[in-house]
Design a binder for this molecule. Structure first.
Ligand SMILES: O=C(O)[C@H]1O[C@H](OP(=O)(O)OP(=O)(O)OC[C@H]2O[C@@H](n3ccc(=O)[nH]c3=O)[C@H](O)[C@@H]2O)[C@H](O)[C@@H](O)[C@H]1O
Length: 443
């Protein structure tokens, strides 16, 4: 028993006092007061130590246990001369580049973020990545993408788009001409499992970023990821930007639709130049393990059965699968054609650009065909389980009309599903065959 244990009765009322021990009681009371005082003092000291971070080290609020996304995020540290130096160097436009831009890419360790960051850097633009490295899917894949970008001189700052202080700091160090906002909670079906993570990233995080952008001087132009899912239960095909988007089938879709309305507001009030891109089921090397083409590949190779969804009356479910390189071209063209924001320091000075584009492939393919292509390329027969599409937010088909993007951005997808999947499978086999990754693939 410790001295503290000796002093405190194990349960109230059970403490037995000696007959003639008034003095003892007094002594006990005085020790109790001392103990209470020291405990209080100790508690204050501990809270002070934890609450006060040193000037160059900040803790992202997203790493707190109250994080609504309920995922483990690392405690991020940032600041200091070495950190700032890495940011400046990564943001530098190559001297030989004419009309170079300086871009903050949020979600840079994500699938699309990695490819867009690399493409920008290749042509000489300044790029700073931002990513919270959450564990929605295997974070080691995000780390591998980070390593890839680091080799080409791109620094990814670890932090959350909800972290006001971090964003302020980044905007103080670098004058961003553009923001490519790709950080989001993706996935249609996961929204039923963890709805608050969608609100946290796709709504609160987006608003936070726009607040910082609107106050920046100069304000950057923003290009951001919306989704084909905003068309929801729309039956008119192909989907055109003019079509209705008021019937979302999932919370994911609803948060992306909300993002489009929020974009309108910030454009209207603050003169921010905003371009939303409705991506159609993007796939390719370094892709997302939560997407069907990716986990079908994994399961087919492991001999596990896969579920192929069917719509009513055994109808096929189809997607306008779009290859990553085509999407990257659409993103870069959007950045290049985005006009400047018109406001300064939170005040609108005139009307600003507000756009929405479909970035799809224009040729929907049934999911059963996707599986057939994978079987051929993997040289393994899939164990198929045809099931009725669960009511989990999925829609039976998507099909993009891309004429607006063609006209305004010169967007012209060139990769069909067969060619694109061949490139994905080649990457998958090489990535997961290296000993370090095979364990991750086996999970
Ligand atoms: O375009 C978008 O905006 C979205 O694209 C993507 O969503 P989806 O098009 O639903 O892709 P994905 O999950 O790969 O399912 C593909 C197909 O396989 C079917 N599917 C799925 C799972 C399964 O077990 N069986 C099955 O048949 C399923 O019914 C579907 O027909 C992104 O994940 C999302 O973040 C968002 O960006």
């Amino acid at each position: 028993m410790s001295r503290l244990d000796e002093m405190i009765p194990s349960s109230p009322g059970k403490f037995k006092m000696e007959k003639s021990s008034y003095l003892h009681r007094l002594r006990f009371q005085s020790s109790l007061t001392k103990f209470a005082f020291f405990s209080f003092f100790l508690l204050c000291l501990i809270s002070l130590l934890f609450l006060r971070s040193p000037p160059s080290v900040n803790t992202s609020p997203s790493s707190s246990s109250s994080d609504p996304s309920r995922r483990s995020l690392r405690t991020n540290t940032y600041g200091g001369p070495a950190w700032e130096k890495r940011i400046r160097s990564s943001a530098r436009i190559r001297t030989s580049t004419t009309n170079g831009i300086t871009v903050l890419v949020t979600g840079a360790a994500g699938f699309v973020g990695t490819h867009v960051s690399a493409a920008l850097k290749r042509r000489g633009d300044g790029v700073i990545g931002l990513d919270n490295f959450n564990d929605y899917y295997d974070p080691s894949l995000k780390r591998a993408r980070q390593a890839l970008l680091e080799r080409s001189g791109i620094f990814i700052v670890e932090g959350d788009i909800n972290d006001v202080e971090l964003l302020r700091k980044l905007f103080k160090i670098v004058t961003f001409t553009h923001v490519m906002h790709l950080a989001a909670q993706a996935g249609v079906r996961y929204a039923m499992e963890n709805p608050s993570s969608y609100v946290h990233s796709n709504i609160a995080g987006f608003v936070n970023l726009l607040e910082i952008c609107k106050s920046a001087n100069p304000q950057p132009a923003i290009v951001w990821a919306s989704s084909s899912s905003v068309y929801g239960l729309n039956t008119k095909v192909p989907f055109s930007e003019k079509d209705r988007t008021d019937q979302p089938a999932s919370l994911y879709a609803a948060t992306k639709k909300a993002g489009e309305e929020i974009a309108h507001t910030y454009n209207h009030i603050y003169g921010l130049s905003l371009t939303g891109l409705r991506f159609f089921t993007v796939y390719g090397p370094w892709g997302r393990p939560d997407m069907a083409y990716f986990f079908f590949t994994k399961d087919i190779l492991k001999g596990k059965s896969i579920s192929i969804f069917e719509s009513a009356n055994h109808g096929t479910v189809a997607r306008d699968f779009t290859y990553i390189d085509d999407i990257v071209k659409g993103c870069l063209a959007s950045l290049d054609t985005a006009e400047k924001s018109t406001g300064t320091g939170g005040k609108k000075r005139g009307p600003a650009m507000l756009r929405v584009f479909n970035l799809g492939n224009t040729s929907p393919v049934p999911v059963s065909d996707l599986v057939r292509i994978l079987e051929r390329q993997l040289k393994v027969k899939a164990k198929k389980n045809l099931i009725k599409m669960p009511r989990n937010g999925d829609v039976p088909f998507t099909h993009a009309n891309i004429s607006l993007a063609q006209r305004e951005l010169g967007y012209k997808p060139t990769t069909d599903l067969q060619t694109g999947l061949k490139k994905f499978v080649r990457w998958y086999l090489s990535y997961y065959s290296s000993s370090g990754q095979s364990k991750a693939a086996a999970r």
